[in-house]
Design a protein around this ligand. Sequence first.
Ligand SMILES: *[C@@H]1O[C@H](CO)[C@@H](O)[C@H](O)[C@H]1NC(C)=O
Ligand SMILES: *[C@@H]1O[C@H](CO)[C@@H](O)[C@H](O)[C@H]1NC(C)=O
Ligand SMILES: *[C@@H]1O[C@H](CO)[C@@H](O)[C@H](O)[C@H]1NC(C)=O
Length: 491
Amino acid sequence: MRILSKRRLRFLLTVIFAVSAVVIFVRCVVQFQLNKEIKYYKKYFKDRKDKLEGMYNPLEIKQIPSETIDRLYTDQLSRLEEQGKVVNWSKYAYINYVTDSAYLCNTLIIFDDLKNKFKTEAKLVLLISRDLLDPETSGDIEHIKYQLHKIQSLDENQVVIKYIENIVKPDDYTPWNESLTKLLVFNETDYDRIIYLDNDALLRNNLDELFFLPHYIRFAAPLTYWFLSEKDMKEAYKEVQHDDKNSINLKTYTKKLDLRIKNNKMIYNHLPSLPNYLFMNSKNVAQEIIHSTSSASPLFNFHINKKASKTKFASNLMVIRPSAELFNSIITEALPKVLSKKTKYDMDLINEEIYNFKKIIYYQFDLFRRMKSRFQPEVLVLPFARYGLLTGSIKNRQHHDLITNDILGYKRLDESGQQLETDVHTSIDDSKYIHFSDYPIGKPWNYASISEFECKVDEKHSKNIEQDTEACDLWNSVYTTYLDNRKICSP
Ligand SMILES: *[C@@H]1O[C@H](CO)[C@@H](O)[C@H](O)[C@H]1NC(C)=O
Ligand SMILES: *[C@@H]1O[C@H](CO)[C@@H](O)[C@H](O)[C@H]1NC(C)=O
Ligand SMILES: *[C@@H]1O[C@H](CO)[C@@H](O)[C@H](O)[C@H]1NC(C)=O
């Protein structure tokens, strides 16, 4: 008996070993072939990009610099003007959502500023939970109604208030248990393009230029830069400079892009690429992208590194082309996966299920291989210093170098390759959207005045009192502006 089972066991092990060996061998061959093809097309696009029209590079994730976003905007406005046309602003919308009454005041502040201070003509759309007006589930309904009335009164036509049902994570008592409600913005198909904004932020100008990103782009957002370490950036710079030392200079890209926009040529292939190091865990691109889409048995994937990407899309500001089809797949496929997992929220759904960088490259390349000229890219990375800054970074000196070089992997250098003396405070001043995020301070509406949480320089430990004072002053001014603005919400 024992002998038999031992023999049987040995046989079984042999079979498993043989099958594994075949699977691994086949996988190696597939990966080898795919890597060869990837290498070929990477070179193809590098060598030929100045001449290509209508063929997009499927193997890179592209970042768009602020300079280029502005250039596209002014260029399109002047083209329209030449043709005697005007922008139809009702196709565009800024969107906020509110599931917690403490956030409603922020929408009033942001919409009021957008309309009256920054003079946008795009629609201002608020999605608000129906629950908040239900006397059984909501406190202070009178105050909520008062603020809603003020929001609508900003402009009867321009402001649209929609009542929605929350998407709730069951058995979850964290502050994020209703954050998946945000996904409803993908369903706002009345608009060609929307700018979604988390409203716990200071908005310092309008963002109208973002409506005019290239038409094929369906999703654009800044990245979670705060996860990146100095070592990550060193590796990223090294990768960008691998073939050519000058390829790190952002100026060489923006100059060329300006010229191409002026001549009405395609710009996508000329945008700076996100270094692979920041979202792949190894140099084996084929393996990485194949694995990102497979849910193959763990037995055969034991050797694959499952570490998360170093950076991903932040979800506090997103430029979206709403689509019923995409929304449907979010609700029926992606959402159920996330609802059943603990500690997964809106940002996870967006990065793991919809816009995972490795998956994007996999599907892009797959489509490209089948129909070269039919493939069009859908995503872009926005510069985070202008569109995705966290308040915490203003006083975090370790983030300052990143803030002045917010196209990741590239630097703002002068003609001779020296770092331009942009000081970080100029970059912060240029920032249009600053998200309130300061652990452990929490949100500013929990305080009566700035004196309760203001930033003070620690003179004993400061390495540069002058710079630290300047950073503190800037940080305080962001919150003081908010505290002044919120007066608008009280009767
Ligand atoms: C502007 O766009 C809206 C929404 O798509 C449309 O209903 C309206 O007719 C357009 N207006 C003009 C003047 O084209
Ligand atoms: C969400 O969490 C909060 C606590 O943060 C809790 O008061 C609330 O009941 C939760 N909501 C639901 C629908 O579970
Ligand atoms: C999505 O939008 C459609 C059309 O406006 C609407 O009928 C539907 O109820 C929306 N879905 C959800 C879940 O809100």
